[in-house]
Design a protein around this ligand. Structure first.
Ligand code: CA
Length: 232
C-alpha cells in the first residue's frame, strides 16, 4: 500500500475533476484535489504528492504561474491539462518546467498511459542517481564519462551536436523538451534559425539511431512543441 502513487488533481471544472478522480480510484492511485492555484500550491507543499495533474485554466491564477512557483522549491512531476485552443500556453507550461501535457478532451486510457510514463521516468531517474555515468535504454547505451554512444554494442558515429542532442534527450528521458529548451541548451539561443537547424540535426541523429526513422522508437516528435525520448 505504501507504494501507491499519490496524485494531486488541480482542476476547477467539477465534472472533469470527478472523472479524473474516479479513474484514479479505480486504478488504485490515491489522490488529493484542488480547485484553484492557491490551493494547489498549498496541497503540494503540505502533502508532497508524487505527481501533479494541472489544468492550465484556473479561476485565481494562470496554471503556468503555479508551475513557476512550485519549481522554485520542488521537482514534483507536473502533467499539464490544456484545451486545444491553449497551444501556446502548453509550450509556456513546458518551458516553465512542466514534464508532460495532455489535451482536452482526453480518454481515460490516455491519462493512465501518461501516468505510467511519469512513473517509469521517476523510477529511471532514481536508478540513474545510483550509476549516473552510463545510460541504458533498450539496445541504446551511452557512456557519458567516455563520451560514446552504442547501439547493440556497436559504437555510433555521431557529430558533436548529434551527441549533445542525444545526451540532452537521454538525461530527460520520458520528458517532452520544447524547441526553445533544446536550442537554448545546444546553441545558447533560440532563433527561428536554430529551430530549423535542430530539425536537420534531429533527422540525421535519427538516421543513425532509429532502425526505421519514419516510425521512430526512441525519439518522439511533438509537432509544434518539441521532442521526447521514450523508455523502450
Ligand atoms: Ca479550467
Amino acid at each position: 500500500m505504501n507504494n501507491k502513487m499519490q496524485i494531486l488533481v488541480v482542476e476547477d471544472d467539477a465534472p472533469v475533476r470527478s472523472l479524473i478522480t474516479t479513474t484514479l480510484k479505480a486504478h488504485d492511485y490515491s489522490y488529493l484535489t484542488a480547485p484553484n492555484g492557491n490551493q494547489a500550491i498549498l496541497e503540494a507543499s503540505s502533502h508532497n504528492p508524487d505527481v501533479m495533474l494541472l489544468d492550465l485554466g484556473l479561476p485565481d491564477m494562470d496554471g503556468v504561474e503555479v508551475i513557476r512557483k512550485i519549481r522554485t522549491w520542488s521537482n514534483l512531476p507536473i502533467i499539464v491539462i490544456s484545451a486545444r485552443s491553449e497551444d501556446t500556453d502548453k509550450i509556456d507550461a513546458l518551458d516553465a518546467g512542466a514534464d508532460d501535457y495532455i489535451t482536452k478532451p482526453f480518454s481515460v486510457e490516455e491519462l493512465l498511459a501518461r501516468l505510467r510514463v511519469t512513473q517509469r521516468r521517476l523510477a529511471a531517474s532514481q536508478n540513474q542517481q545510483n550509476c549516473s555515468s552510463v545510460f541504458e535504454n533498450g539496445n541504446l547505451k551511452i557512456d557519458y564519462a567516455a563520451g560514446c554512444a552504442y547501439l547493440s554494442d556497436e559504437e555510433l558515429h555521431l557529430t558533436p551536436i548529434e551527441y549533445k542532442l542525444l545526451c540532452l534527450l537521454s538525461r530527460n528521458v520520458g520528458k517532452v523538451l520544447t524547441h526553445t529548451f533544446i536550442t537554448q541548451k545546444i546553441w545558447g539561443s533560440s532563433w527561428d534559425n536554430d529551430v530549423a537547424s535542430l530539425r536537420v540535426f534531429m533527422a540525421s541523429l535519427r538516421k543513425k539511431l532509429e532502425s526505421s526513422p519514419d516510425s521512430p522508437q526512441f525519439i518522439q516528435t511533438h509537432i509544434g512543441v518539441g521532442y521526447r525520448m521514450l523508455r523502450v
